[in-house]
Ligand binder design. Structure first.
Ligand SMILES: Cc1cc2nc3c(=O)[nH]c(=O)nc-3n(C[C@H](O)[C@H](O)[C@H](O)COP(=O)(O)OP(=O)(O)OC[C@H]3O[C@@H](n4cnc5c(N)ncnc54)[C@H](O)[C@@H]3O)c2cc1C
Length: 500
């Protein structure tokens, strides 16, 4: 795109949301700057749960194996009774993986390691966050955003096409836009601290205090590190000592064990739990992603995951519009993602209430595999479907066989920045720039030998399934409804049909 911009997109904040968006824009060839006011990367473990749907996103971004390698899975939870006896239980109710859902187990990866892997991926793509750069202010008109940035060398002013506020729960961008952030404080204040600790084994997540909010405390061995993450509610008011001495005293008081010793603290925070949702996710050329748009209690491990998936939804749409798609495509970011955050806030606060009653269980609803956009204007069916898979649903994985004989996964075919059209039975289609067409048919490039594709997608001969760049089903149409597909292509900027 030719313009006088310093970059097409300015991303404010290099946390999980900003880094994910940067990777997605980088692989689409979109010019951007990613600024971060901190001088160094964030050091805390706080968002340590990587849910199955985010694992799929990370697979697409090319980092899943690295994420697994630096982290691990959740150990069992050990609940101590006041008499010192204990019972062990699984943290998550996990079912075995299936061909359609290859990841069912939440991973435990300290947030600073997740962000490190994201930065490494960004480096591979030729980009890096600009640390020590703080957004000071911005204005926008019809054609651009003008932003003021503080740097070590002084202040600079840049003109960009779009600004994305990925600047966390206290979002400066949200405040400048004067977007309401209604919700509630949940009447819970807690500490979270990454510590070196002796006296506890590293094979289980230790939980003390019998679920009583006044005296519970937990110590979770952080996968990929020698650290434990301490977490526990604290009184709503008053000073809290987050030094090694202070945390040792708190731990001993709540466990009744004087063999426990905190040696050092690498990061610690005391925070009030809130559940809040931004009234709008977009004003003109400025968007909010991640915690800037929604904050929530940590119960259920949803925040970082929702933040990553906000960016994953916005990235391809920004890329498409910058490459000529109709601007209205960007409106679907808020209409698709805000309801997801609303539901997630209900889930996380419900789990907090359950935790207060001492009975929290994390089931399938925290995995985020059932999130979809069936109400979106980007979900199209012709004719209307009543089957197992609807337009807007997450596109399942399946194992198929390539015509050359090798086994392939649909997720291998989806990986990258393109759209994918799967035709089933004898429905051949011409291709277009940005679209990959696969014919699943005895004479096609793929064969559904084991019937996994048909079982997961519920298709009939002649059906075409259009899969979005973010792995959701955009359209399912029958062989007689090519015109519907043509209209859809125009809506999302897939133009220039090339018949094979
Ligand atoms: C105790 C605790 C446990 C949690 N556990 C989980 C969990 O298990 N799973 C989960 O999914 N989530 C969890 N979360 C939530 C998770 O940490 C957040 O949802 C996640 O960090 C949001 O990412 P983000 O990129 O939107 O924001 P942030 O990580 O807050 O990043 C925003 C960045 O923007 C920068 N910034 C701010 N203003 C400016 C400016 N003006 N200019 C430039 N840069 C700026 C900040 O310095 C920061 O680096 C937990 C949170 C807490 C507190």
């Amino acid at each position: 795109m030719t313009n006088d911009f310093a970059a097409d997109v300015l991303i404010c904040g290099a946390g999980a949301a900003g880094l994910t968006l940067a990777i997605d824009l980088a692989r689409r060839g979109v010019s951007f700057r990613l600024i971060e006011k901190l001088d160094d990367p964030f050091r805390g473990s706080r968002g340590k749960g990587i849910q199955p749907r985010t694992q799929e996103v990370f697979e697409d971004l090319g980092i899943l194996d690295r994420i697994v390698a630096v982290g691990g899975v959740y150990p069992k939870q050990r609940e101590y009774a006041d008499d010192g006896s204990f019972t062990d239980a699984d943290v998550v109710e996990a079912e075995p993986a299936t061909p359609a859902e290859p990841y069912h187990l939440p991973l435990m990866v300290p947030q600073f390691l997740t962000e490190r892997v994201l930065r490494e991926r960004l480096t591979e793509l030729g980009h890096a966050p600009e640390f020590g750069y703080e957004l000071l202010g911005f204005t926008q008109d019809d054609g651009a955003v003008t932003a003021r940035i503080a740097t070590k060398a002084g202040e600079e002013t840049v003109r960009v096409g779009w600004l994305v506020g990925a600047d966390g729960g206290r979002s400066f961008v949200r405040r400048v836009l004067d977007i309401g952030f209604p919700g509630k404080t949940l009447g819970v204040r807690a500490i979270v601290a990454d510590v070196m600790l002796s006296g506890l084994s590293r094979d289980v997540w230790h939980r003390f205090g019998e679920g009583d909010m006044r005296r519970q405390i937990s110590a979770c061995p952080l996968a990929g590190t020698d650290l434990f993450q301490l977490q526990g509610p604290i009184p709503l008011e008053g000073e809290v000592d987050l030094s090694a001495t202070g945390l040792t005293a708190l731990l001993r008081e709540r466990t009744g064990r004087d063999d426990l010793l905190v040696h050092s603290v690498s990061w610690a925070s005391a925070f009030h739990m809130n559940a809040r949702l931004a009234d709008r996710y977009r004003v003109g050329r400025v968007f909010l992603v991640g915690d800037a748009a929604h904050t929530h209690p940590p119960t259920g491990g949803q925040g970082l995951n929702t933040s990553v998936q906000d960016s994953y939804n916005l990235g391809w749409k920004l890329g498409a519009v910058l490459h000529g798609a109709p601007g209205a495509l960007l409106d679907t970011y808020e209409t698709e993602r805000r309801p997801v955050a609303q539901a997630m806030l209900g889930l996380a606060t419900g789990l907090l209430d359950a935790m207060k009653r001492g009975e929290m269980r994390r089931g399938r609803d925290v995995h985020q595999l059932d999130i979809g956009y069936s109400e979106s204007s980007l979900a199209v069916e012709a004719p209307e479907r009543h089957g197992i898979l609807l337009a807007g649903d997450r596109a399942p994985d399946a194992r198929v066989r390539g015509a050359a004989g090798q086994s392939r996964r649909l997720f291998d075919l989806f990986r990258g920045s393109h759209w994918t059209l799967l035709t089933y039975g004898d429905a051949s289609m011409g291709t277009r720039p940005g679209l990959r067409v696969h014919a699943i048919d005895q004479h096609g490039d793929l064969a559904d030998d084991a019937g996994e594709f048909r079982a997961a997608y519920g298709v009939a001969a002649g059906d075409r399934v259009l899969v979005r760049p973010d792995g959701y089903v955009g359209a399912i149409v029958s062989v007689d409804d090519d015109a519907v597909l043509d209209a859809y292509f125009l809506q999302v900027g897939i133009v220039g049909r090339v018949d094979g």
